[in-house]
Design a protein around this ligand. Structure first.
Ligand SMILES: Nc1ncnc2c1ncn2[C@@H]1O[C@H](COP(=O)(O)OP(=O)(O)O)[C@@H](O)[C@H]1O
Ligand SMILES: [Mg+2]
Length: 227
């Protein structure tokens, strides 16, 4: 089953002389449960693509369909709600809220949605991420690997259909990096959660079912490694 469809997507930043075409007519689709690695040189448009997939920034032209919803047809409020419920986003620099504790950072998407947090699900996530003893800590009291685990918890709490990660291990040493990827893969395999990861790390790309290479805002290669 196709969960994500990108149709002739382009993104131009700026106008006139200084305009930058960051994405140039990109189309592809992703199956439910697929683990896709996106690789390519710096400045090739990988983050731009992820932001378009995640409903964070509107494309200049083209469509993004997630579970058959044409997400950029939604208004801002609808899109914000859709994003919170269907998409988990993980960034290289974690993007945690510094004044909130670990527990508050993880449960924030549910609170914003005025949803009650499922205590059992919260406990399961916290246990899997090995954060039980850190729930009252603030982000700056944690290691990089722990902060990234909190951001994964925050992305998982609403059971999103798609998990998008932009160089999630770019700031971590190889041990922490391995643990983070193992966690993402575990949710991908156990819950059939679709996983799209931008990475510079060949060891990560080699674990994916499919590798998409982006160059100059276009798909240079799209290869299924594990059907
Ligand atoms: N907000 C922005 N405003 C203007 N140009 C941008 C913006 N974001 C990215 N770009 C440009 O778009 C191109 C692609 O950037 P990006 O998607 O961040 O690449 P990557 O993640 O592959 O390194 C680059 O030339 C970058 O300078
Ligand atoms: Mg980037």
């Amino acid at each position: 089953m196709e969960i994500l469809k990108i149709d002739h997507l382009s993104k131009i930043y700026g106008k006139g002389e200084t305009a930058v075409k960051a994405l140039d007519d990109v189309s592809f689709s992703v199956k439910k449960g697929e683990f896709v690695a996106i690789i390519g040189p710096s400045g090739s448009g990988k983050s731009t693509l992820l932001h378009m997939l995640g409903g964070v920034d509107r494309p200049t032209t083209g469509k993004v369909l997630i579970e058959n919803t044409d997400i950029y047809k939604l208004n801002e409020t609808q899109l914000a709600i859709f994003r919170r419920r269907q998409i988990g986003l993980i960034y290289q620099f974690y993007n945690l809220i510094p004044v909130l504790t670990v527990e508050e950072n993880i449960t924030l998407p549910m609170l914003l949605d005025e949803h009650k947090v499922d205590k059992k699900q919260f406990d399961d996530i916290v246990k899997t991420l090995n954060l039980q003893s850190r729930l009252g800590h603030l982000p700056n009291q944690l290691s990089g690997g722990q902060q990234q685990r909190v951001s994964i918890g925050r992305a998982l709490i609403s059971n999103p259909a798609i998990m998008l990660a932009d160089e999630p291990t770019g700031n971590l040493d190889s041990k922490n990096s391995g643990e983070i990827i193992d966690l993402l893969k575990m949710f991908n395999k156990t819950f059939n959660q679709t996983l799209i990861v931008i990475t510079h790390d060949e060891r990560i790309a080699l674990q994916a079912d499919r590798v998409i290479v982006i160059e100059d805002g276009r798909i240079a290669k799209d290869e299924v490694v594990r059907p």
